[in-house]
Design a protein around this ligand. Structure first.
Ligand code: FES
Length: 107
C-alpha cells in the first residue's frame, strides 16, 4: 500500500477483485494481483477472486463498489489504473471491458 490523503473520499474505499481462476492465471493474473496489492492506496483492498465469467478476456479485474470492469489487464496496466481510476476517479477507458462499458460509437 502507498501513502494516501488523511481523509478518504467514499469512493476511495474500494475493492479491486482480480480473477485467479484458470484462464486468467494463464494470462498472468497472479502478477496483476501482486501489482495491485503492492500499489493500491490506503483504503483500497485488492483481492483474488474466483472466475467472474469473462474467461476469454482475462485477466479480468472488477472494481467495486463503483462497478467498473477491466479486461485483458497486464501487470504493466496496473500503474495507470491505480493512478487514474483509484487516485483520480477517472476510469481508464481504453482498458474497460466493452461488454459492460460499450464505447459511445457502438451505441
Ligand atoms: S477465468 Fe478469469 S474470468 Fe473466468
Amino acid at each position: 500500500m502507498t501513502d494516501s490523503p488523511q481523509f478518504l473520499k467514499p469512493l476511495q474505499r474500494r475493492c479491486v477483485l482480480v480473477c485467479q481462476h484458470r484462464s486468467c492465471l494463464r494470462n498472468g493474473s497472479a502478477e496483476v494481483l501482486a501489482a495491485f496489492q503492492a500499489t493500491v492506496p490506503n483504503g483500497v483492498f485488492a483481492s483474488g477472486s474466483e472466475c467472474m465469467g469473462q474467461c476469454a478476456s482475462g485477466t479480468t479485474v472488477h472494481i467495486m463498489p463503483d462497478n467498473f470492469w477491466y479486461c485483458r489487464i497486464k501487470p504493466s496496466d496496473v500503474p495507470t489504473i491505480v493512478q487514474q481510476h483509484l487516485w483520480s476517479d477517472r476510469p481508464v477507458e481504453s482498458l474497460l471491458h466493452p461488454r459492460f462499458h460499450p464505447p459511445a460509437e457502438w451505441l
